[in-house]
Ligand binder design. Structure first.
Ligand code: GLA
Length: 385
C-alpha cells in the first residue's frame, strides 16, 4: 500500500499492530438513462477512474473512527449506538452503511480509518455512493466477513435513504460496486439484471465537465419528481391495469391519458418513457460502435431532461451547447440528478483539446465561473486492495 497513506493513517490514529485494510470504490458517470432507475427502468453508467479509498485497521471494540482528508475532520460513532447530535454530516453515510450491515448480522467490531477521495465532491459523480460502498467493504473486512456485491449496493442505498435523507434509486451504488473495466453497464432497475457492454473504440473518450454549481433544493426537487412519476402511474393504471411503473408504459398509452393528467405530470412521464427507449437504443448503438447514434441520443436525452423533466440548469445547458459546437464531439448531456453537477460527452480522442479550450474560453464568460474537466475510461467497481 501507498506508504504515504500509511503514514497519514498513523498521524491520526497512532501506530498499532495488525494488518491494514484498504478498500476502494469508484465514482460513476451515467452515459444515459437519467431519472429512470426509481421508475423500474434502464440506466447505462460506467465506473470512472476516480475513487474513494479507505485505509483502516480493525479495532477490538465496537467503535468506528474515521478521519476524512477532504473535510480535515475526525468523526466517531459506535456500531450499535445512536447517531450523535453533533456528528458531522459526511459521517452519516458511513454510520448508515455500518447499521445496514449490522442489521444483517455482519458487523460487531469497529475500525479506525482514513478516508481519502479523488471523486469531486458534489460534482454529480456519486462521491457519496463511492464513500458508502468503500466504507461497507472496509467494515466487512474488519469483521472478517464478505457480502455479495448486490447486497452491498442495496445496503449502501439503504444508508443513503435512511441516514442521508436522499430517496435515490439504485444506479449509483450498483455501478460503484460492480462496474467493469472497459464496459458500460446496462442495468435493468426492476430485476437488477445487467449486461456489460464493451466500449470498443480506442479513439473514443468519455469527457466530464463539472459546472461547479450545486443548487439547493436538490433533494426536495428529486422527491417531487418521484411523486410526479407516481401520479403519472396512478392515472395510467386506471386505463392500463398492467402498468406498475412508468417502465411498463409506452408513449401512446401516455398520450391516451393526457387529458386526465396534469400537464407537468404528463411531461415527467414523457421524459421517463422516452429515456428508457433511448437507453436501450444507446446500448445497442454502443455495442455496434455507432457513436454518431449514441451522440444523437445524448442530445435528445439532455433536451428531454431540460424541457420535460425540468432538472437541468443554465450552466449545464451552456456546457452542452458549447460541446455541441466542437468538431469531434459525438454528443453531450447533463448526467446524474441535475440542478448543477456535471455534463458527460462522448468525444474523439483528438478533439479533447479543442473541447477543453472551448469550455475554458466560453463558460466563464457566460456563467461567471470556471468548469473542471477531465477525460475518463470505464474502470472496475469496488475492491479490496
Ligand atoms: C441521482 C440518484 C440516482 C438517479 C440519478 C438520476 O444520482 O442517486 O439514483 O436517480 O440521480 O438518474
Amino acid at each position: 500500500m501507498d506508504q504515504h497513506l500509511e503514514q497519514e493513517f498513523e498521524k491520526h490514529f497512532g501506530k498499532s499492530s495488525g494488518p491494514f485494510i484498504h478498500s476502494q470504490a469508484p465514482g460513476r458517470v451515467n452515459l444515459i438513462g437519467e431519472h429512470t432507475d426509481y421508475n423500474d427502468g434502464f440506466v447505462f453508467p460506467i465506473a470512472i477512474d476516480r475513487f474513494t479509498s479507505i485505509i483502516g485497521k480493525a479495532r477490538t471494540d465496537a467503535k468506528i473512527r474515521l478521519f476524512s482528508t477532504t473535510q480535515n475532520q475526525m468523526a466517531e460513532f459506535s456500531v450499535a449506538g445512536p447517531v450523535a447530535k453533533d456528528a458531522p454530516k459526511w459521517s452519516l453515510y458511513a454510520k448508515g452503511v455500518a447499521e445496514a450491515l449490522r442489521q444483517r448480522g455482519l458487523v460487531k467490531t469497529g475500525m479506525d480509518a482514513l478516508v481519502t477521495t479523488t471523486v469531486p465532491i458534489g460534482g454529480g459523480l456519486s462521491s457519496s455512493a463511492s464513500f458508502e460502498v468503500a466504507t461497507g467493504m472496509a467494515i466487512l473486512a474488519a469483521n472478517g466477513k464478505t457480502l455479495d456485491k448486490v447486497e452491498l449496493a442495496l445496503a449502501a442505498q439503504w444508508a443513503e435513504h435512511n441516514y442521508a435523507g436522499m430517496p435515490c434509486g439504485i444506479m449509483d451504488q450498483f455501478i460503484s460496486a460492480m462496474g467493469e473495466k472497459d464496459h458500460a453497464m446496462l442495468l435493468d432497475c426492476r430485476d437488477l439484471s445487467r449486461r456489460q457492454v464493451p466500449m470498443k473504440d480506442a479513439d473514443m473518450r468519455i469527457f466530464i465537465a463539472d459546472t461547479n454549481v450545486k443548487h439547493e433544493l436538490v433533494q426536495g426537487e428529486y422527491q417531487a419528481r418521484r411523486n410526479q412519476c407516481e401520479r403519472a402511474v396512478a392515472t395510467l393504471k386506471k386505463k392500463f391495469p398492467t402498468v406498475k411503473a412508468l417502465r411498463d408504459a409506452d408513449l401512446s398509452m401516455l398520450e391516451n391519458c393526457r387529458l386526465e393528467m396534469d400537464p407537468t405530470v404528463f411531461r415527467r412521464g414523457r421524459h421517463v418513457i422516452s429515456e428508457n427507449a433511448r437507453t436501450l437504443q444507446f446500448a445497442d448503438a454502443m455495442a455496434a460502435g455507432d457513436w454518431s447514434t449514441c451522440g444523437k441520443l445524448m442530445y435528445a436525452s439532455h433536451t428531454s431532461l431540460r424541457d420535460d423533466y425540468g432538472v437541468s440548469c443554465p450552466e449545464l445547458d451552456v456546457l452542452v451547447e458549447i460541446a455541441a459546437t466542437v468538431k469531434g464531439v459525438y454528443g453531450a448531456r447533463m448526467t446524474g440528478g441535475g440542478f448543477g453537477g456535471s455534463i458527460v460527452a462522448m468525444v474523439q480522442r483528438q478533439a479533447i483539446e479543442a473541447l477543453t479550450a472551448a469550455i475554458d474560453s466560453q463558460y466563464p464568460k457566460r456563467c461567471g465561473k470556471q468548469a473542471s474537466m477531465f477525460a475518463t475510461t470505464a474502470g472496475d467497481g469496488a475492491k479490496l486492495l
